[in-house]
Design a protein around this ligand. Structure first.
Ligand SMILES: NC(=O)CCC(=O)C(=O)O
Length: 310
C-alpha cells in the first residue's frame, strides 16, 4: 500500500500564481513575465507559477513558430531565450519557478512539445514536464482543437522534489482531466498538484473549478491552476480564474479574467487535519481494485534520460 509516511511539507510555504497577459511578441512576453515573477517574489512567495503558453499565443498554428530547443540546450543563448529567461527569473528572485509552459522543439526528431520547465532558486533546471494528454476535442460549434496535429505527448508522471519544502506534481491543462496522475502524485507524497492551463470560455465555465476541486478532494492535497489572462485580441480566449485550493477543496484564492497575481500560504497541518478527519488513505479497498500508484508508472521519459534528472 503506497500510503504516505512521514513529512509531506517540511515547512509552510507561500505560493503565487501569475495570471499573465501575453501577446504575440515573445521577447515582450518574457520581459513581462520577469517583471510579474519579481513582483510575486517581492510579496514573499517562494514558489511561483506561470501559465500555459506564457511566451506565445495558444494554438496549433503558433506552436511551430514559437518553439525553441531545450534538450540539448543550444550553446547560443538567443536560440533558447525562454529557458534562459526562466532560469534567471528563478535565480534573481531566489525562488522555485514552475515555468508555465512553452512550445519546445526537439531539434533532432523535429517533434514539438508543450513543455513546463521547473527551476530551483539557483537557476538550475530541476525537471521538465511535457504535456502528457494532448487537447484533442470537438464540441461542435463551440470548441475544436487538435493539439496532436502539431504536438507530441510527453510520456511520464512528473513529481519534482523541492528540497526545502517537499514534492510537487506538475500537469499541463488537459492533464487535469486524467485523475490517475493526481492520485499517483498524492500517494507518492506530493503536497501540491500544479497545473498551468489555458481552458476556454466553454469548458472553463463548466469544468475548470470542478476539476480543481475534484483533484483536491479526491487526493486531499493542495491544487493550483494557473491560467493566462484573457486576451480579447487573441484568437483563443483563455478562461482565466487561476485558483489555489486547499486539501478540503476550499478555494483559498481566485483571480477573475484579467491579469492578476494570487497567493496563498500552504502548510502541512491542513493536509494532515483533512486526512485525519476523513481517513480515505486507510479506508481504501485495494483488495477490491488496483492502486494506480503501484506497478508500471513512468517517472522518466526515455527521450529525456541522461539529460534531465527528475
Ligand atoms: N489547453 C488545454 O489543454 C485546454 C483544455 C481545456 O480547455 C479542457 O476543457 O480540458
Amino acid at each position: 500500500m503506497a500510503s504516505v509516511i512521514g513529512t509531506i511539507l517540511k515547512k509552510p510555504v507561500k505560493i503565487a500564481l501569475v495570471q499573465l497577459l501575453s501577446g504575440s511578441d515573445k521577447a515582450a512576453n518574457l520581459r513581462h513575465a520577469a517583471s510579474q515573477v519579481a513582483r510575486a517574489a517581492a510579496g514573499g512567495s517562494k514558489i511561483v507559477v506561470l501559465p500555459e503558453c506564457f511566451n506565445s499565443p495558444y494554438g496549433t498554428v503558433y506552436f511551430p513558430k514559437y518553439a525553441e530547443p531545450i534538450l540539448p540546450l543550444p550553446a547560443v543563448k538567443e536560440q533558447a531565450p525562454s529557458y534562459f529567461a526562466l532560469s534567471a527569473m528563478a535565480s534573481e528572485n531566489n525562488i522555485y519557478l514552475i515555468g508555465g509552459s512553452i512550445p519546445e522543439l526537439n531539434p533532432s526528431t523535429k517533434k514539438i512539445y508543450n513543455t513546463c520547465l521547473i527551476f530551483g532558486p539557483d537557476g538550475a533546471l530541476l525537471s521538465i514536464h511535457r504535456k502528457t494528454h494532448l487537447f484533442d476535442v470537438n464540441i461542435p460549434g463551440k470548441v475544436s482543437m487538435r493539439e496532436s496535429d502539431v504536438l507530441s505527448p510527453g510520456n511520464k508522471v512528473t513529481i519534482v522534489d523541492f528540497p526545502e519544502y517537499g514534492k510537487v506534481a506538475i500537469g499541463i491543462c488537459y492533464d487535469i482531466r486524467f485523475p490517475e496522475i493526481a492520485a499517483i502524485a498524492a500517494r507518492k507524497g506530493a503536497f501540491a498538484l500544479i497545473y498551468p492551463g489555458a481552458f476556454n470560455l466553454v469548458t472553463g465555465a463548466l469544468h475548470w473549478k470542478l476539476l480543481a476541486q475534484a483533484r483536491a478532494v479526491d487526493n486531499q492535497i493542495y491544487v493550483g491552476m494557473c491560467s493566462p489572462a484573457r486576451n480579447l485580441d487573441s484568437k483563443y480566449h483563455a478562461w482565466g480564474h487561476s485558483m489555489i485550493l486547499d486539501p478540503m477543496a476550499a478555494v483559498l484564492a481566485e483571480a477573475q479574467e484579467g491579469e492578476a497575481i494570487i497567493e496563498s500560504e500552504l502548510n502541512e497541518d491542513r493536509i494532515l487535519e483533512t486526512r485525519r478527519n476523513i481517513p480515505l488513505e486507510t479506508q481504501r479497498r485495494l483488495d477490491v481494485y488496483p492502486d494506480v500508484s503501484e506497478g508500471q508508472v513512468a517517472y522518466e521519459d526515455p527521450d529525456l534520460l541522461g539529460q534531465v534528472l527528475n
